[in-house]
Design a protein around this ligand. Structure first.
Ligand code: 6PG
Length: 264
């Protein structure tokens, strides 16, 4: 899962917010995303949002595209993906497809602002390189681009984006192709170097099956789970979780390792 850098060790404390159930969590996460993007748009002409895959964000994206859609000028938002499966964009496993169905097809975003990962390419390494180039072109002069908001989820094994426990990657790259042994599949993923340069990183995690990994990530020894590698340098880190996922967090641990402002 790579080597923790000196910058990552100077970590900012995560803000942990715990919600009674999934629905409350998803509604609050959508509100938070809308607020972060609106803040960024008050300061500059466009804002950048990195989307995550998995099932958890579905209801969040649906809320953004329905009840909250009027809150944002979507024509001023640039969309990226933190990771992608090696499938065509219309495949049922495609993270792009999920975001298109739940959000992008329902709000008015110029095509040129939708920066999807070309997961359909036969060579995953080339797909990673092309996406890295697209990000460099977008960021122009920044050596490591700073996205306004990065959304992430976490698997029960502590993976995030497609940074898996048993994998290693080139720490100097912004995007890599990673072969995931247990899935017998390649994934394209942003690296900690790029994710940690974000202005704001927001994890949204729900369910009892995530409880052990969540406790390990937030309260356990460092270097165990890939999600621990996400420590924005000069940015904020927020975990929005439901009570099931938070069930193994200790009160003492919350007090020591994180600011606990649960909106119960
Ligand atoms: C993906 C992801 C991945 C995801 C976690 C959690 O493409 O699958 O980006 O990191 O966020 O696996 O997924 P769930 O929300 O489905 O539990």
């Amino acid at each position: 899962m790579g080597v923790t850098s000196a910058a990552e060790r100077q970590k900012s404390r995560p803000d942990i917010k715990i919600y009674p159930d999934g629905n409350t969590l998803f509604a609050a996460a959508a509100e938070r995303i809308a607020a972060e993007l609106a803040n960024a748009l008050r300061e500059k002409p466009t804002a950048s949002l990195v989307l995550t895959g998995g099932n958890t964000p579905r209801p969040v994206y649906e809320r953004l595209s329905t009840s909250l859609s009027e809150r944002l000028d979507w024509t001023r938002i640039q969309f990226f993906w933190g990771d992608e499966r090696c499938v065509p964009p219309d495949h049922r496993d495609s993270n792009f497809r999920m975001a298109r169905e739940t959000l992008l097809s329902k709000v008015s975003v110029p095509e040129a602002q939708i920066h999807r990962i070309p997961g359909e390419l036969a060579d995953p390494g080339r797909a990673a390189l092309l996406y890295e180039t697209e990000i460099f072109n977008f960021a122009k002069s920044d050596p490591v681009p700073r996205f306004d908001l990065v959304l992430l989820g976490m698997g029960a094994d502590g993976h995030t984006a497609s940074l898996f426990p048993e994998a290693s990657w080139d720490e100097g790259r912004l995007v890599v192709a990673s072969h995931i042994l247990k899935l017998s599949a390649w994934r394209i993923t942003m690296t900690p170097l790029l994710l940690n340069s974000a202005r704001n990183v927001l994890f949204v995690t729900a369910g009892l099956e995530k409880a052990k990994a969540l406790a390990g990530v937030l309260e356990g020894p460092p270097g165990t789970y890939p999600a621990q590698r996400i420590q924005p340098v000069g940015g904020t880190l927020t975990w929005m979780v439901d009570e099931s996922a938070a069930s193994l967090l200790t009160t003492a641990g919350i007090g020591q390792s994180a600011e606990h402002r649960g909106d119960r």
